[in-house]
Design a protein around this ligand. Structure first.
Ligand SMILES: [Zn+2]
Length: 325
């Protein structure tokens, strides 16, 4: 079963989350393999790290809606998406064109010419009229010469920019597990205010030292350990000298699980978005409009009658093309 563990360090303004995706992750891979063949290992590992990362971030900020992490690549990976809902319903997919070298690093996958970028979108569940989703765009290069080679570093930059909180992230994935560890330094002013005191320069220095120490411990976590050890063992090995306090979830709390939010209604809206002329020309050519979901593999088919209904409400039905008599 996939797991999320949240924890604090007593007396220290640092919090953390450890995520291990097992069944939720293998279900994503199984669906992909059955529809269009398995990913090359480097793509699989990238997507797994993205799935672990969105789960870490969702657990950390508890956003009521979809948290979507997209990578727009300029290498063989054109697009990679991982998306998590507030109940930890999770889906992910990648579009790959061309060959992927077995040892391809991040830049070889998505940032060959410094044109790769990624975006993190927070899409509220019950959007008010006129309300937009919030999107932060994150570069994959530090400057013109220096490409970032780890997804965790990309996300650490994002957290620093968006939340102004120092964050340490470790990610790893293979064909069975996608896992991640997040450690974050909390604002000291909030902690001091709770205690009814103002924060001094010494407090600030102590806090920085505490965070640095815990961050270094977190960063020492190796890929193999993150993928193969159980959560209790990982936390004990890393933080046995710290006063770590686990936050137990409520009994009914959802665990990460595979969930696709696609629907026939959404595909219908997409077809309407194409416009009647375009929809008609696809019908003429193929007899029906068939749209497969990239995330779960579900196929939605719309024949001429279905498409006609989509465009009804005063719009006349599309005329039958020569192939459809
Ligand atoms: Zn789907």
């Amino acid at each position: 079963m996939s797991e999320v563990h949240k924890f604090l360090f007593d007396g220290v303004p640092v919090r953390g989350v450890l995520v291990r995706l097992t069944d939720a992750w293998t279900e994503i891979l199984r669906r992909r393999a059955s529809v269009s063949g398995a990913y090359a290992a480097p793509v699989q590992n990238l997507l797994g790290e993205m799935a672990a990362a969105v789960t870490l971030m969702q657990s950390n900020i508890k956003f009521n809606g979809a948290l979507v992490f997209q990578v727009f690549g300029d290498g063989p990976v054109k697009l990679a998406v991982a998306e998590v809902q507030s109940d930890f319903g999770l889906r992910a997919t990648a579009t790959v064109v061309g060959e992927v070298a077995p040892d391809a690093r991040l830049s070889a996958l998505v940032n060959l010419n410094h044109e790769g970028r990624c975006a993190i979108t927070l899409d509220p569940k019950n959007r008010l009229p006129g309300q937009q989703a919030y999107q932060g765009v994150v570069p994959l290069s530090l400057d013109a010469d220096k490409k970032i080679e780890s997804l965790s570093q990309v996300l650490e930059h994002y957290m620093q920019q968006s939340e102004q909180l120092e964050t340490t992230i470790v990610l790893a994935a293979d064909d069975k597990v996608a896992a991640g560890l997040l450690i974050q330094r909390l604002p000291l002013t909030g902690v001091a205010n709770l205690a009814g005191a103002s924060c001094t320069r010494e407090d600030e220095i102590d806090s920085h030292e505490d965070y640095s120490r815990i961050s270094i411990l977190a960063s020492s976590l190796q890929r193999d350990e993150l993928l193969t050890l159980d959560s209790d063992t990982i936390l004990r090995r890393l933080f046995w000298q710290e006063k770590l306090r686990r936050l137990r979830g409520a009994p009914g709390d959802a665990l990460p699980h595979f969930l696709c939010t696609c629907s026939r209604e959404r595909v219908g809206k997409m077809i309407v978005g194409l416009g009647q002329e375009e929809a008609q020309s696809i019908l003429v050519e193929r007899g029906e409009i068939e749209v497969g979901c990239e995330f779960c593999g579900a196929q939605q088919r719309f024949d001429a009658v279905d498409v006609g209904q989509l465009f009804s409400d005063g719009i006349k039905l599309p005329e039958m093309g020569p192939g459809l008599h």
